[in-house]
Design a protein around this ligand. Structure first.
Ligand code: FES
Length: 279
């Protein structure tokens, strides 16, 4: 007598119901790739990563962009400020006769101004002096003292009031903002912090400043008129009613071309200036 399988045989129904292990038929997972509403785990994690990245990028960029754009949106008010009679600032004007090398050419007047930092020595220098391109001779090693004095007399003696202008230079160093000082010996400006040096017109001659010293608008008016009087006319007439008005600050490049006011450390020309597009 043949032995019946304990669990029955799946092929022979006469052995009773089969109760043994069966082959598991694997049903494939339904394919939802065409269903836009179905979110797979991969898709979910990708979305989480994208959203997290977006939030982090916004957290970094929003303050930076806001910081850069905000100054352009705030309409700052500037007004002309009367700093005194022109006779205080327009001095030692040409023509010069038998001029000596020690004679002062023009004048630099230092004025204290208020600023956001009361500890800083904030000043402006009102400079009446030779325009750009007018070079006042300095001694050279190749010539004797007598030769230099003769050359100096010839050049400086030929200057006219038309060779002079009036500019206002802000003493905030263009490197990191330390207060620069006027150096009477060189006629330029020096910064005590990192050795920045500027010439008489505030153009960089040495050190790390990325641009010249900033300037402020300036004009001379007669009495209550708002029309500017040419500086040569001011020097020729020296009326007591002439007064000097100082206005809005701005930045310049080494060619003295004007730019919107930049912060210390920001160049106004060259590739790095593209980092500071909003001014
Ligand atoms: S702050 Fe003037 S040279 Fe650095």
């Amino acid at each position: 007598m043949s032995e019946q399988p304990a669990n029955g045989s799946p092929e022979d129904p006469s052995t009773g119901p089969y109760r043994g292990p069966r082959v598991h038929t694997h049903e494939p997972e339904p394919d939802h790739s065409d269903d836009p509403a179905y979110v797979t785990r991969t898709k979910f994690l990708t979305n989480v990563a994208v959203v997290t990245g977006g939030v982090m990028t916004a957290a970094i960029l929003v303050p930076v962009v806001g910081f850069a754009v905000a100054p352009t949106l705030t309409d700052e008010e500037f007004r002309w400020v009367d700093v005194g009679p022109a006779t205080e600032f327009v001095q030692n004007a040409p023509p010069y006769q038998n001029v000596s090398t020690s004679q002062q050419i023009g004048k630099v007047t230092s004025l204290a101004v208020s600023g956001p930092d009361p500890e800083a020595d904030r000043r402006v220098f009102v400079r009446y002096g030779p325009k750009t391109g007018v070079v006042v001779p300095t001694p050279s090693a190749e010539e004797s003292t007598a030769q230099f004095e003769a050359r100096y007399r010839e050049v400086v003696g030929s200057l006219t009031p038309e060779d002079f202008d009036l500019i206002v230079i802000w003493n905030r160093c263009a490197h990191l903002g330390c207060p620069s000082a006027f150096s009477p010996g060189s006629g330029g400006y020096v910064c005590p912090c990192h050795g920045g040096a500027y010439d008489g017109r505030g153009l960089v001659t040495a050190g790390p400043p990325p641009r010249p010293l900033d300037r402020l608008d300036v004009k001379v008016v007669d009495g209550n008129s708002s029309e500017p009087v040419p500086i040569a006319e001011v020097a020729a007439n020296m009326k007591p009613s002439y007064k000097v008005l100082i206005g809005k600050p701005y930045s310049i490049d080494q060619e003295e071309q004007p730019f919107a006011l930049h912060n210390p450390g920001e160049p106004v020309t060259g590739k790095l200036s593209y980092l500071y597009p909003f001014q």
